[in-house]
Design a protein around this ligand. Sequence first.
Ligand code: ADP
Length: 451
Amino acid sequence: MKIAMIASEVVPFAKTGGLADVAGALPIALEDLGCEVVIIMPGYKCVKDISYSVVGKKIKVYFVENALYFNRDGLYMDKKGDYKDNLERFAFFCRKSLDLLKEINFSADILHLHDWQSSLVSVYLKNLYARQPFYSRMKSILTIHNIGYQGLFPGEDFPKLGLDKNLFNISGLEFYNRINLLKGGIIFSDLINTVSPTYALEIQEAKFGFGLEGLLKQRKKDLTGILNGLDYSIWDPGTDKFIARKFSKRNIEDKAYNKEELQRVCSLPVANEIPVLGIVSRLAEQKGFDILTESLPEICKTGAQLVILGTGNLKYHQILKKAAKKYPKTLSLNLKFDDPLAHKIYAGSDIFLMPSSYEPCGLGQIISLRYGTIPLVFKTGGLADTINEDNGFVFSSYTKDELVKAVKRSLAAFRDKKKWGSLIKNAMQCDFSWEASAKKYIQLYEKAKEK
Ligand code: ADP
């Protein structure tokens, strides 16, 4: 099967979020399963120095060039906010991606699109290209990584897209007088998927759908969820070069050295019997920082230590800074992006807090499992699909009180050595490798081909 992966960011070339991880890892897993894959992405300034353009065994990566649109420091924005010409930039990218397929004579069975940035590929395919024999059999699949980002632009810019003006109405790309690119992708892609089965259901409800729930409900037969995989060559405590002592299921007692180092690096009292709660996260409301900051006084009184690594919303920077001053022996605050420290937190904590109010898939909880660090999560999206009471702690009503209760429950379990041992064993046995996800994507591609 021939797949064209068309994405606005791809690891290792450019990354702002989880979409880049998927667009980088999935092609390699698909190739291993026998698919022929090409990747198409914008030729940003940050990819100019990279001389190679082959990943996996022989997956070619094509960069769509445009000095005016892509030779910039940011992918989508700079310090002043979103680039004003993002509509033109990604419309250009989408059309060029389709043209490129013909130029390189890659007659893809499936065009796999990601989020609003490549949504227009399916719109152009169905409306402008489908009559050309080269494109007429191609099917498109749109993966929604986070429906909170839809690519919204002023309605008066619609002529810039070069599409029939009839498409700017309620059953087309119009969304409350604005252009909504993700909506276009949802309407014109043959199949749609999201990054977890629970999130695929949630976005059909008003609470999670950001206004697109009605449309998604109409297409629910074509909407599924496939969990993202984890790259275990990067996230494995048996080989991790950032941690003090490597460990695995067989020598789990060596995890204690990592806890000791974490406590030392974070200037917290060093003692194995004190439970350590870890957080590695963007500091955003989505990640649960509203109820978490409200819970801090109670959590800090439990006797546990709390290590937080993250950056983001300045409101939370301030609240957390205040709390760190108040609880210096309990709370270690690290307001930065720091990959080595993230590895140390996954390896050295006992419990990983991830109380996201919504979470399309989530990686933090999946990484923690492999490091024998027990996740504590709110029951939503990918968190609900990966964590249960056998490998973690789950609370199901999104309030400060329920969060505190779950933390206390986890601390009681920590003191019960037998129970804790079996939780760690179950956690480390979980397998969320890309191979399993890629097999599900191949089934989805087969389904699209039959449409
Ligand atoms: P999202 O993509 O919504 O931010 P995920 O849980 O899917 O959330 O992925 C977040 C990834 O980014 C994880 O691998 C996490 O370890 C990493 N990460 C988040 N914040 C930081 C930080 N401040 N320093 C290092 N790594 C971070």
